[in-house]
Design a protein around this ligand. Structure first.
Ligand code: GDP
Ligand code: MG
Length: 164
């Protein structure tokens, strides 16, 4: 069966925008599993000779840091359990947050392959400085992308498929 790649990260970092950029399939399904994740959307991605299933997690619109943190913890646990590779998406515009640090610690302990991806780098020349703080998450070299402008997605995908 095909490898599974889960996209996790705080609300609004651009998970769904990335998912929509990468998937061409119109056959996404929504799986309501109460208590685990609100919804998971599955799509199919092809990159070079590789095919994989990508999972977008999300759902509720949290309005407090407590809710964001508990939702991210569940996302991370589900991804650690079911994914072959995890894309941990962070946002250069908001910078690093406590929730990012917390989830990074969970991911490191899991020993699953994690690709740390910094989204919203719409200007690869002038926004790269903001990327460097994400080295502090201890998940290796952050890969800058712009899901909005479709920039650098190939470099990200190369790294993802290198773990299959
Ligand atoms: P999610 O909650 O993580 O699924 O985030 P969404 O995909 O819904 O995106 C949240 C907001 O960020 C939306 O307004 C998107 O248009 C915006 N966004 C997503 N990717 C980018 C990007 O690469 N650059 C910029 N400037 N905005 C983005
Ligand atoms: Mg979303």
């Amino acid at each position: 069966s095909k490898p599974i790649v889960a996209v996790i990260g705080r609300p609004n970092v651009g998970k769904s925008t990335l998912f929509n950029r990468l998937t061409k399939s119109k056959t996404s399904i929504v799986d309501d599993t109460p208590g685990v994740t609100r919804d998971r959307i599955y799509g199919e991605v092809e990159w070079l000779n590789h095919k994989f299933t990508i999972i977008d997690t999300g759902g509720i619109e949290p309005d407090s840091t407590d809710i964001i943190l508990s939702q991210m913890r569940r996302q991370a646990e589900a991804a650690i359990e079911s994914a072959d590779v995890i894309i941990f998406l962070v946002d250069v515009k908001t910078g690093m947050t406590d929730a990012d640090t917390h989830v990074a610690n969970m991911l490191r302990k899991s020993h699953k392959p994690v690709v740390l991806v910094v989204n919203k780098v719409d200007d690869m020349v002038h926004q790269t400085m903001g990327m460097y703080e994400f080295y502090n998450l201890g998940l290796g070299e952050p890969i800058p992308i712009s899901s909005g402008q479709a920039l650098n997605l190939g470099d990200m995908l190369d790294e993802v498929v290198s773990y299959f």
